[in-house]
Write a protein that binds this ligand. Structure first.
Ligand code: ZN
Length: 388
């Protein structure tokens, strides 16, 4: 071993220093991790994106046998643009309140740092089952990297027993989460002078019809509140996040693009919202638009999709993680993570990591040092389990 092993917090400082905002390449960070693992004699594999600008990384320590644990995390972070930070977001700063500030500290370089800091301990331990690392890109823009990562990993290593996704849960064990999808809709109208509305089709007005329909659907879905699953608000939610279109106040808009998404509870029909949207467009909205002008069009394209987690499918992972956190119950969360992607390969998966999700995506994001300590303790217990 040629290098001194850093502690989790020191490792976090190193990881935070890489600006891995999703729009940027994550390769500098990935190369750093690869070099670090190399120094400890751990080989790693990269799964690049199509353009070769980003990569997932996976690596295994311990025997090449089934039954190991996958420690999963995403390397990208959300932008700091326009956020009022009081410290440099790319320089981990500890304050007297015991919190460690920096972009990605809680979402979710804290867990990756904890895992990497334990590489020497994994190496020293007499592991009976392997520890796998799975670090992805582009989670924050729709879990884009994890699909190829999970597929490669699952195809390459003997079947792991459980996956731990280290998103911030205050080191509680989460075994239930919503599925989510996002869609991009393009409304194409026909330009005309605003005094001549009979000559054109205003794409914005039809996008408005669609938004109105979405609102009504949202209200209908809110009536179907679930009480068997412990999440707030307990029903499918819909959100239109971006709308762009039009060129001038006196021109019928030729184009309007709407980015919207939805989240459904585990066990609900995850395709209902998209199916009904497609049906509404095909049967009502597009015919109405084309009646004005045959050149009008609406296209609907899926931007992202993240499967959910059902509690009963993940008992094996829950039991292990509870043993390592010392917790006595599991939790449900409404947000999406990469957990559902691993679960869709049939591996029991839970979410458990340091930090509070309410800190994620915020200015002055932090993870408490005590949470990093709790993550260290988790890793220590996991190692002792793996030695038995
Ligand atoms: Zn995250």
């Amino acid at each position: 071993m040629s290098q001194h092993a850093p502690g989790s917090v020191e490792m976090l400082k190193r990881l935070v220093a890489f600006d891995t905002t999703s729009r940027n390449s994550n390769l500098d960070l990935i190369k750093y991790i690869q070099g670090y693992l190399d120094d400890f004699g751990v080989a790693s594999k990269l799964v690049p994106n199509q353009e070769g600008t980003k990569a997932n990384l996976y690596a295994s320590i311990g025997p090449d046998v089934p039954g190991g644990i996958v420690l999963s995390g995403h390397t990208d972070v959300v932008p700091v643009d326009g956020q009022p930070w009081s410290t440099d977001p790319w320089d981990l700063t500890e304050k007297p309140d015991g919190n460690l500030y920096g972009r990605g500290t809680c979402d979710m370089k804290g867990f990756i740092a904890g895992a990497l800091a334990h590489v020497p301990a994994f190496q020293r331990a007499k592991l009976k089952v392997p520890m796998h690392f799975a670090f992805s890109y582009d989670e924050e823009v729709g879990c884009l990297g994890a699909f190829s990562l999970a597929e490669k990993l699952v195809g390459d290593v003997p079947r792991p027993q459980a996956v731990i996704v280290g998103e911030p849960t205050m080191m509680q064990v989460v075994n239930t989460q919503n599925a989510g999808g996002s869609l991009i809709m393009t409304f194409t109208g026909v330009e005309a002078h605003s005094s001549m509305t009979h000559l054109g089709v205003n794409a914005i007005h039809f996008a408005g019809d669609f938004l109105h329909w979405l609102n009504e659907l949202q209200e209908e879905l809110a009536q179907r509140k679930r009480t068997d699953i412990d999440t707030v608000p307990g029903h499918t939610t819909i959100n239109a996040g971006i709308v762009t279109g039009g060129t001038a106040g006196n021109i019928l808009a030729r184009e309007c693009v709407l980015t919207w998404g939805y989240r459904t509870l585990p066990g609900d029909d995850a395709w209902e919202v998209q199916r009904r949207a497609e049906q509404y467009v095909a049967e009502l909205l597009l015919p109405k638009m084309r009646a004005k002008h045959p050149a009008a069009n609406i296209t609907l394209r899926r931007r992202s999709w993240v499967p959910g987690l059902k509690p009963d499918e993940n008992d094996e992972a829950s039991q292990l993680a509870l043993q390592w956190t010392g917790g006595n119950r599991t939790y449900a969360v409404p947000y999406g993570t990469e957990a559902g992607i691993f679960r869709s390969h049939g591996i029991p998966t839970v979410i458990c990591g340091p930090g509070d999700i309410s800190q994620a995506h915020q200015p002055n994001e932090f993870v408490a040092r005590s949470q990093m300590d709790a993550c260290d303790a988790f890793m220590g217990k996991m190692i002792r389990w793996a030695e038995k």
